[in-house]
Design a binder for this molecule. Structure first.
Ligand code: UDP
Ligand code: MG
Length: 312
C-alpha cells in the first residue's frame, strides 16, 4: 500500500481560542512533507462557543478542512472515534486541539510510518504538567494495569498515527463504551513509540473536569477487564470464612458460656462492614450491567447533526 496521504483528526470541545492557530501550525508542518492528499477533520463535540463557526470558516477557505458536528457533547473518546470512522486516507493522526500535543512531532511520526510502523504512538514525559494531573494520571495507569490484562504504558494518550489497516481493524470494535487507548495495544501490528514533552494548553481550560476524569478511569478499567467482578467472590469467600469461624465461636459461647447478650457492638459492626462491602460489590456489578444494557440497546456512540464529509 502506498503511504502518501494523511488524515488528521482533532476532537474539539469549546476550543475557539485554539482552532486557528492549530490549523495554521498543522498546515505549516504538513505542507513540507509533500503528501499527495491531506484532510483535517475537526470533530466538534457539541461546543457551545464559536468553535464550529471558526471551523466552517476554515472549511470555506480550504477544501481540505472537514468537520463533523455532534448534536451535543458526547465526550472525547466518541469524538475521536467519529473522526477515525470518517478518515479516508492512508494514515490517520489524532491529536488534541489545545496544542498540548506538539505538532512538530508529525514529520517524525510520518517517517516512522513510511519506514514500516503501523502504529506510531507517543509517550508523554510529564515533568511540566501540574502536580494534580500528573499524580491522578499516574494513579490511573497503575490501576488499569493492576486491574486488567492489558498493559497500558504510562503517559500514552490519544496522540498517534494509525495506518489504514489498523483503522479497519478498529472499526470492527462496536463497543458502546469506547476506550480506544486500551484497545490499540491489544490490536497487535508493528507499533513504535516516540517520547515527547507536552506543551502548556494554549488557550482555554481543560475540558476534562474531575467527574469526567473519574468516569473516564472507570470506563477504562471496566471496558478492559472483568477482574473487578472477581473481587466480590474473593470478598465473599473471605467474609463467609470469617462468619463461619464466628459462628463456631457463637455456638461455643451458647453451649459453654453463661453470659447473656453482650455481643451487640460486634453485631452492629459486622453488619455495617458487610453491608458496606455488599454495596460496593453491587455497584461494581451495576457498572458492568449498565454496559451490557447499553450494548444490548445498540445505541450509537455519537450523533452527528452536521458534516461536510462522509465515511468511506
Ligand atoms: N474534548 C472533547 N470532548 C470533551 C472533552 C474534551 O472533544 O468532552 C477534546 C478537547 O477539545 C481537546 C481534547 O479532547 O482537544 C483533550 O481535552 P483536554 O485538553 O481538555 O484534556 P487534558 O489535556 O486536560 O487531559
Ligand atoms: Mg489538553
Amino acid at each position: 500500500m502506498i503511504k502518501n496521504t494523511l488524515s488528521v483528526v482533532i476532537p474539539t470541545f469549546n476550543e475557539e481560542g485554539n482552532i486557528d492557530l492549530m490549523y495554521s501550525k498543522l498546515n505549516e508542518t504538513i505542507s513540507p512533507l509533500s503528501l499527495d492528499e491531506v484532510e483535517f477533520i475537526f470533530v466538534d463535540d457539541g461546543s457551545h462557543d464559536r468553535s464550529l463557526e471558526l471551523i466552517k470558516n476554515l472549511a470555506k477557505e480550504d477544501s481540505r478542512v472537514k468537520y463533523l458536528s455532534f448534536s451535543r457533547n458526547f465526550g472525547h473518546q466518541p469524538a475521536l472515534k467519529a473522526g477515525l470512522d470518517h478518515a479516508r486516507l492512508d494514515g490517520v493522526i489524532s491529536l488534541d486541539a489545545d496544542l498540548q500535543h506538539p505538532v512538530e512531532l508529525i514529520p517524525e511520526m510520518v517517517k516512522r510510518w513510511k519506514n514500516g510502523a503501523d502504529v506510531v504512538y507517543t509517550k508523554r514525559k510529564d515533568s511540566s504538567l501540574p502536580w494534580f494531573k500528573r499524580t491522578t494520571s499516574k494513579l490511573f495507569y497503575r490501576m488499569v494495569n493492576a486491574l486488567s490484562q492489558i498493559k497500558l504504558e504510562d503517559g500514552v494518550a490519544d496522540f498517534r498515527l494509525l495506518d489504514r489497516k489498523v483503522i479497519q481493524a478498529l472499526r470492527n470494535y462496536k463497543e458502546s463504551n469506547l476506550f480506544i487507548r486500551g484497545i490499540i495495544p491489544s490490536l497487535g501490528f508493528h507499533q513504535e513509540a516516540i517520547d515527547y514533552v507536552p506543551n502548556e494548553r494554549f488557550a482555554g481550560e481543560t475540558k476534562y473536569s474531575f467527574s469526567k476524569m473519574i468516569r473516564f478511569a472507570l470506563t477504562g478499567i471496566t471496558s478492559l477487564s472483568a477482574k473487578p467482578l472477581y473481587f466480590s467472590i474473593y470478598f465473599g469467600v473471605f467474609f463467609a470464612l470469617l462468619a463461619f469461624i464466628y459462628g463456631l465461636y457463637a455456638i461455643y459461647v451458647f453451649a459453654f458460656g453463661n453470659e447473656a447478650i453482650p455481643g451487640w457492638t460486634s453485631i452492629i459492626a459486622s453488619i455495617l462492614l458487610i453491608g458496606g462491602i455488599q454495596l460496593i460489590m453491587i455497584g461494581i456489578i451495576g457498572i458492568y450491567l449498565g454496559k451490557v444494557f447499553a450494548q444490548s440497546k445498540g445505541r450509537p456512540n455519537y450523533i452527528i447533526s452536521e458534516k461536510n464529509t462522509s465515511n468511506d
